[in-house]
Design a binder for this molecule. Structure first.
Ligand code: PEP
Ligand code: MN
Length: 340
């Protein structure tokens, strides 16, 4: 349930409302926007008589909400959440953030070269898998601890913060220095892992599961937020459909839908969504047009020899051209908004 207060509400009356709700076992989370203060009520709100609250002078409206997620719900938190990844590097709040790098970290030369190139093109966060969730146990599994060490080396050289995937809560100590932790599609509903990530103070990139609904994705984010970590970025990375031409099917509608349902930033991974490098540019443009806060794109210095996902990786040159177009499009969307 949420209670919307009148803009000029009296603080004393607000205090007594909060005390009254607390006495009924309800926790109250105020969120102050430019126009209104909204109270998020958490607990068994079925014990509350809505008409009693409605009758209070300070209350403008009361809404019972049906959604099972509360912390991530935009109704509780009307303003967009902006997640700071490292000093000055943010996701959300109207700017387009580009995350780029190889599927997997393969060597020091590879990760450092790609990181430098994507930085020159305007990426502000680099990606690179150290622990790789592969369908086949015989496929390259990632450099693991050594991969994280190499990512940190590339960060030292380029200054770019890093995002890399965790596959098990036991790996957490290895992620101490990592700027943002990715929960991959296959782990979206690893609830024990989500609980552990809820207890740390680090940004989390939560990717949508291959067959997950919007509500399931939001409930997974809710697990993290319920633990106290609200630094979450959602990622639409394509879902399983009957189409086999592409690796997955990019669900463009997920962007505006999620941005309506939640205050968390939403980014798109057009690389895993399509599995084909030729489709990365058009789907990146479509994602930005649909309101994505950022993109995570696989870039490899030598895609044909990549140890993982070469077919969907852009060359640094192709990424550079795409980034230019994307920033032009961002400018266009900003100026259109400003002229409205
Ligand atoms: C990845 O980003 O390297 C990855 C494996 O992504 P996903 O979990 O979306 O398949
Ligand atoms: Mn990949």
């Amino acid at each position: 349930m949420i209670v919307i207060l009148k803009p000029d509400h009296n603080e004393k009356q607000l205090e007594s409302l909060v005390e009254w709700l607390n006495a009924k076992g309800i926790e109250v989370y105020p969120s102050t926007g430019t126009m209104h203060t909204v109270l998020g009520l958490i607990g068994d709100t079925s014990v509350i008589d809505v008409s009693l609250i409605m009758a209070l002078d300070i209350v403008e409206d009361v809404k019972r909400i049906q959604e099972p997620y509360k912390n991530v719900n935009r109704k509780f938190h009307p303003l967009d959440t902006v997640v700071e990844i490292s000093e000055g590097v943010k996701i959300g709040g109207g700017n387009l953030t580009l995350i780029a790098g190889p599927c997997s970290v393969e060597s020091e030369e590879q990760i450092c070269e790609v990181a430098q190139r994507v930085k020159e093109s305007g990426a502000t966060i680099m990606r690179g898998g150290a622990f790789k969730p592969r369908t086949s146990p015989y496929a390259f599994q990632g450099l693991r601890d050594e991969g994280i060490r190499l990512l940190l080396k590339a960060r030292e050289i380029t200054g770019l913060p890093i995002v890399t995937e965790i596959m098990d809560a036991d790996q957490l100590p290895l992620f101490d220095e990592v700027d943002m932790i990715q929960v991959g599609a296959r782990n979206m509903q690893n609830f024990e892992l989500l609980k552990r990530l809820g207890a740390i103070d680090k940004p989390i990139l939560l990717k949508r599961g291959l067959c997950a609904t919007y509500e399931e994705l939001l409930m997974s984010a809710e697990y993290i937020m319920a633990g106290g970590n609200n630094r979450i970025v959602l990622c639409e990375r394509g879902i399983r459909t009957y189409e086999t031409y592409t690796r997955n099917t990019l669900d463009i509608a997920a962007i505006p839908v999620l941005k309506t349902l939640t205050h968390l930033p939403v980014i798109v991974d057009p690389s895993h969504a399509t599995g084909r490098s030729a489709l990365v540019a058009p789907l990146s443009l479509a994602s930005v047009a649909a309101g994505a806060d950022g993109l995570i794109i696989e870039v490899h210095n030598d895609p044909t020899h990549a140890l993982c996902d070469g077919a969907q990786s852009l060359t640094p040159q192709a990424f550079d051209e795409l980034a230019k177009t994307l920033f032009e499009m961002e400018q266009f969307l900003h100026s259109r908004k400003a002229n409205k």
